[in-house]
Design a protein around this ligand. Structure first.
Ligand SMILES: *Cc1c(COP(=O)(O)O)cnc(C)c1O
Length: 396
């Protein structure tokens, strides 16, 4: 274990020192206007990252999983229909949560490595003549497989079917790192957490609700107390929470949002794309394949890399941690032992990424895989390098 090396797990992500400092603050009165000066910039900043004009933003002391629960319990009643695709561990877990809440889930089984099939969603919606389906779920970025799905295409499927269901999107590993357009895509609930694109420790569930979702809150009957957005909204109106807010984490979020705006949201997305492309070129140079089945679904925040038949991919993660003090992600669920994951989101530079690729190469050679040291690193270097005459991409 080394505290000097960056981590390459797809969350929690590396924390910039300034964000760590911002989280570490003296106690304040969380019912005073001082807290309002942290709370309201957080709500406004999150809304901007979601590319929404009018979304109602709620921040809970929780994690992304709590964000899922806040989305469901505030808007639905037992027996309501839900349409969801299962194409990885995270979409699987959200489906499981729906079922445990007594919702009636139609599952579109999708090969792990594929994106959400918009055409199958459209068929299911067209077949649902009585509009029993109240919500369509989508995991924007399946962190288990490194697969992104086309949310605009799902919106089109809903519209083409003339179906009034709401669209809920898990953006835990995409929001703040990959383009997300809440208003343009007609997303009714967007869910994220603090420890991925926002470069914070785990501890915050962050959700955005559309006006349509806020209307559903009034008729929904699932039990909710801790996650009740009506109590939360009342609290916010008085610069407060219905309970004690995690002030330090929220102060960190405020700074994170300022840093994202200072870099420029589109620049943040471009940086993630560039770093991810370098990783993908390295994977190709190693002669390995991604779990993601086609370039249109490649994730810019995490790559799940398939290892050869008969090789235990988890060994790469074990040896990297034991011998080099570096963290990569293991395969989850159906792809456990078949893939290892390189997380490349949050506070990351090209140079940091090269250190991760170099270490992954050493580990794979140590484990006897036929990989040439430096091959993946060189492929990424060639892509990352500025060359003479081009301007620096470092912020001033
Ligand atoms: C990390 C993650 C979650 C779960 O978030 P927790 O903060 O661990 O509860 C949900 N969905 C996706 C896509 C994720 O990457």
């Amino acid at each position: 274990m080394s505290f000097q090396n960056p981590v390459f797990i797809p969350g929690p992500t590396n924390m910039p020192e300034a964000i760590r400092q911002a989280c570490y603050m003296p106690t304040i009165d969380h019912r005073s206007p001082v807290f309002g000066k942290i709370l309201h910039p957080c709500l406004d900043g999150v809304r901007k990252v979601l590319k929404s004009e009018s979304a109602h933003i709620f921040i809970f002391p929780s994690t992304g999983t709590g964000g899922w629960e806040a989305a469901l319990s505030n808007t639905l009643s037992a027996g309501d229909g839900v349409l969801a695709a299962r194409n990885g561990m995270f979409s699987h877990r959200w489906i499981d949560m729906c079922q445990r809440h007594g919702l009636n889930v139609t599952v579109v089984e999708t090969p792990w490595g594929n994106g959400i099939p918009a055409d199958k969603y459209e068929d299911a919606l067209r077949a649902d003549k009585d509009h029993k389906i109240k919500v369509v779920l989508a995991t924007h970025n399946e962190t288990a497989t490194g697969v992104k799905s086309d949310i605009a295409a799902l919106r089109k499927a809903l519209d083409a079917a003339g179906h009034p269901a709401m669209l809920f999107v898990d953006g835990v590993s995409s929001i703040g790192s990959m383009d997300f357009r809440m208003d343009e895509w007609g997303v009714d609930v967007a869910v994220t957490g603090s420890q991925k694109g926002f470069m914070l420790p785990a501890g915050l569930a962050i959700v955005g609700l559309s006006e349509k979702a806020m209307k559903a809150v009034e008729t929904a009957k699932l039990p909710r107390t801790f996650f009740d957005v009506r109590d939360m909204a009342k609290g916010y109106a008085n610069n407060a929470f219905p309970y004690t807010p995690p002030v330090g984490l929220m102060n960190g979020l405020k700074l994170s949002l300022e840093m994202i705006q200072a870099e420029g949201l589109e620049n943040v997305f471009a940086r993630h794309h560039r770093i991810a492309e370098g990783v993908r070129l390295a994977v190709a140079a190693w002669g390995l394949k991604l779990c993601a089945t086609s370039p249109d679904v490649y994730s810019d925040t995490v790559s799940a890399i398939c290892t050869p038949e008969g090789f235990n991919a988890t060994d790469i993660v074990t040896v990297a941690a034991r011998d080099y003090g570096m963290a990569f992600g293991v395969g989850l669920g159906e792809v456990a032992g078949k893939v290892f994951r390189i997380g490349h989101l949050g506070s990351l530079t090209d140079a940091m990424m090269l250190s991760g690729l170099a270490t992954a190469e050493m580990v794979m050679v140590d484990l006897g895989l036929a990989i040439k040291l430096g091959s993946g690193v060189a492929a990424a270097q060639e892509y990352y390098r500025i060359g003479s005459g081009k301007s620096s991409r470092l912020a001033a």
